[in-house]
Each structure stands twice: as structure tokens, then as C-alpha cells.
Write a protein that binds this ligand. Sequence first.
Ligand code: SAM
Length: 287
Amino acid sequence: MANLGNPKNTIEVLQKYHFNFQKKYGQNFLIDPHVLDKIIGESGIEKEDMILEIGPGIGTMTQYLAEVAREVVAIEIDKNLIPILEDTLSEYKNITVINQDVLKVDLRKLVMEKNQGRPIKVVANLPYYITTPIIMELLESKLPIESITIMVQKEVAERMQQTPGSKEYGALSLAVQYYAKPEIVANVPPNCFMPRPKVGSAVIRLTLHQNPVIEVEDEEFMFHLIRASFNQRRKTLINGIGNAPNINVGKEEVKAALEEMGLSENIRGEMLSLEEFARLSNLLRKK
Ligand code: SAM
């Protein structure tokens, strides 16, 4: 099977199978070999690695991955793509395709079976309609993952990298930075895909921290605080947390904790760093 990473070969495959793009699955297939080479280069794959690919489409990037890794497991939700993948990937013995919704797969079991629990790398051109749930699932489930190199909407990639004070800083930035070091490694324009998405894209690499960089006594409580603080962006932190139905902490307690931290009682969540949220969480937890 010819290399799919160009428009001509992709069109041939799509026509052969009378494939119709499904908008609901966020199907925008990569058709630019330079972008594919760049993603493979930036994902730091070594020949002993097991790679998890989410959404292989017609198998374009899967072919590239299978050339450099020991084993590739690709999870694809669209059953119409399965016969196509059987064809386009037929020459590779180191690829397993699973026809499922990635959010319903027992990834821990999969990593155990396919990689004896050793850390894997995730590489994907993600479907944009579920980017955040997929990233949060990969990070929060504490799977053995070394790095996640993904194509996402450009704005989402930027949000992951933001720091306090910027407009785009929010719960996603804090969650990503708690678990990993994010680096945007490429910007990718719409004409590198078929069909063209309406938004710009970027490749971001998340290198997971092997040891926590922030000391927090109760991670879950800290993330409740973070979500409450950004749910009501225009409110002060005291009101955001004080009004949150799922947090049993009064405004006076938040005020006292902020005072102890040397922060103004009018401060908004978007001004607090990850370290400060961790400290606030530890203080409020004690109260
Ligand atoms: N990797 C291919 C490429 O780069 O050309 C396709 C990328 S396309 C942006 C996203 C792919 O994810 C599609 O093939 C789509 O069917 C698949 N997909 C969408 N939702 C999914 C889900 N919940 N689980 C697994 N795959 C999904």
C-alpha cells in the first residue's frame, strides 16, 4: 500500500471505499507529509516503544508510527473505517486496530497486556469535539504514559500553555501543567487536512512529570477549587469558592486563607498560580 500522506493517495483510498466523512466524529485527515514527519520527529519514539494512537482515520499516521515503533495500538470509533484500515495497514504486523470509543476502552488493561505495564507514548491527530475529555482522561487516570504528542485546535494548545493573568488561562492550563510540561512544537494550517477544518491547528507535546512538581494534600479538592474559581470568571475567588455548591467552605474561611498567603481578598482565580492553588487547597482543607 502506497504512503497515504499526500492528497492523491488519500483520495484514491476514499474513492475506492466510497467513504463519507462523518462530521460528528471530527474527521479531518492529514494529507501533508512534512507535518507527519514533524509529528513523528517531535514525539521522540524509540524502537522499543508501544504507541497508542487515538483515531487512526484511514491509517495515514499509523503507517508512519509503525515504521518507527515496536507496536502500535490504534483505537477508532467509526466502523466504516475498519475495512479500510485492514487494507491500508495490511503490510504491518505490529499494528492492532480496536473499533471502539477511546473513552470506553480500559486503557490500563490494554497497557498491561500490550506493554506489560511499562510506560507508553500517545500520538494522535485528535477529534476536536472531545479533545479536553480525552486529555483529562489520559492525565487523571494516572496511566503509565511518558508523553502525549497531539494535534489539537490551536486555541486549545495555547490554553494549555498559558500562565496566570492571561485571558486564556484556566482550569485546562492548570490541569495540564499539574501533570505535564506542555510545549507547542508546530502550527498547522487548515490546508494540511482533508476536509479542511474551520480552525487553525497545532501540535503540542505533553511530557508527563515522573514525580509531582507540586505538593498538594488532596488533589481532588484542589481541582474542585480550581473549577469553582474559573466557573465564574468575573467573580472574586472568595465568591467563586464561597458560592460553589460542592465545596463546603465559607467565604470567611477563604478570606482568612488568602490573608495568610498574603493575597488580596479581591483577587480573582485567574491570578493564582498552580503553587498558590495548591497552598490554598492545603490551607482550606485544614480548616
Ligand atoms: N489520524 C487520522 C489522520 O491524521 O489523518 C485521522 C484524524 S481525525 C482528526 C480524528 C479521528 O478520530 C477520526 O478517524 C475519527 O473517526 C476518530 N474518532 C472520533 N471520535 C473518536 C472516539 N471517541 N474514539 C476513537 N476514535 C474517534
